[in-house]
Design a protein around this ligand. Structure first.
Ligand code: SF4
Length: 349
């Protein structure tokens, strides 16, 4: 594989808005580390909000961390993004760990990600659209076994909505094949769990949909989106997420990824971005600052609401003081738990 060479060329100019999204050429897998990661993502913090002193997870020299050990609290792209959007939202998700109701669209995203992961596990010659779509029923069945609560999304196998939903998942897979041909290259990893410690001591943790490595050593970080291509806010969030992964790879492997590629399957658009080292180092300082702010809020319990138009998508609006609600009593900085970090829904976009 050569980075920048796919079914559609990645060699694109700067966008009209002057960003380095190269051009528009066009979140959990079932049984994969993403779902298992819900249980693996443990934290080990003191109640004062300061990181504990164990060294598990630091000094990692490979991209994947497969062992489930007790770890210090880590920052994921989703939680960092939450805090930047609204500190109270971060609290509800990361500290209170309030449950959120998955939507059909989110679960469809999980299923499509899983199909693509399984697809890359097949011999290259077998990675065609029909084979991919043929994987859907088994992936959906497996997901319901692993997450029985998702079965309530449909009224049994005869629910006509289910047939439509599966058809829409097939359409997304067609959208994927409109962007690239997976028979032409092998992925180095799919659903790659990355974890690395920054010089500041901040632990980064997340999942990368796919990592491609060319014979030249060039690295491409790929993220699938099952929604439509983003407008301003969505694009900024997506870029934040991709820089997070690029920094993690840079710190783990000492190589700045050659390309960050977002693939929007719904409308067959892709966005490519080329980071540089100085930019990633600046981004590292940004993450350090976000983490300092999180720890400060964690000590005091002062997670302020920050209303925006994104509140319409907040599951916790009824508890938000900005909308007349009352949050539950602050439980204190989280004790070690199996549910810290990203959840299955974070990666279902
Ligand atoms: S409703 Fe808005 S302001 Fe309130 S917690 Fe949710 S995102 Fe934050």
């Amino acid at each position: 594989m050569t980075i920048g060479h796919s079914a559609q060329s990645d060699d694109c100019p700067r966008s009209a808005r002057g960003r380095r999204w190269a051009c528009r050429v066009g979140r959990l897998s079932v049984g994969s580390p993403r779902l298992r990661g819900v249980a693996e993502t443990e934290s080990n913090s003191g109640t004062d909000g300061a990181p504990a002193t164990d060294s598990a997870g630091s000094g990692t020299d490979a991209g994947a961390v497969a062992t489930a050990v007790r770890r210090r609290p880590a920052l994921s792209p989703s939680r960092a993004s939450d805090f930047k959007q609204c500190p109270l939202l971060y609290r509800f998700r990361a500290v209170d760990r309030l449950p959120e109701t998955p939507t059909r669209a989110q679960v469809r995203g999980i299923v499509v990600h899983s199909v693509l992961e399984r697809l890359f596990g097949l011999p290259a010659a077998e990675r065609d659209p029909e084979r991919a779509k043929g994987l859907l029923p088994a992936v959906w069945t497996d997901l319901q076994v692993e997450r029985p609560e998702l079965s309530v999304l449909f009224d049994g196998a005869a629910d006509t909505d289910l047939a439509e939903w599966l058809a829409s998942a097939r359409t997304l897979l067609d959208g994927y094949f409109g962007l690239e041909d997976p028979r032409r290259f092998d992925a180095e990893s799919c659903e790659l769990r990355v974890e690395t410690e920054l010089e500041s001591g901040l632990l980064l943790r997340g999942f990368i949909d796919r990592l491609d490595v060319a014979p030249t050593g060039e690295i491409r970080v790929v993220d699938y989106k099952t929604g439509a291509s983003p407008r301003e806010i969505g694009e900024a969030k997506a870029l934040f997420q991709m820089k997070f992964y690029a920094l993690a790879i840079y710190r783990l492997r000492g190589v700045v990824p050659r390309q960050l590629r977002l693939m929007y399957l719904a409308d067959q658009q892709s966005l490519a971005y080329t980071p540089d080292e100085a930019e990633l180092l600046r981004f590292e300082r940004t993450l350090d600052a976000v983490w300092v702010a999180i720890l400060r809020a964690g000590k005091t319990g002062e997670f302020r609401p920050n209303p925006s138009k994104l509140c319409d998508w907040c599951d916790h609006k009824a508890l938000c003081p900005a909308f007349g609600g009352t949050p539950p009593p602050y439980p204190g900085w989280p004790e070690p738990s199996e549910n810290a970090g990203e959840t299955v829904l974070d990666r279902a976009d």
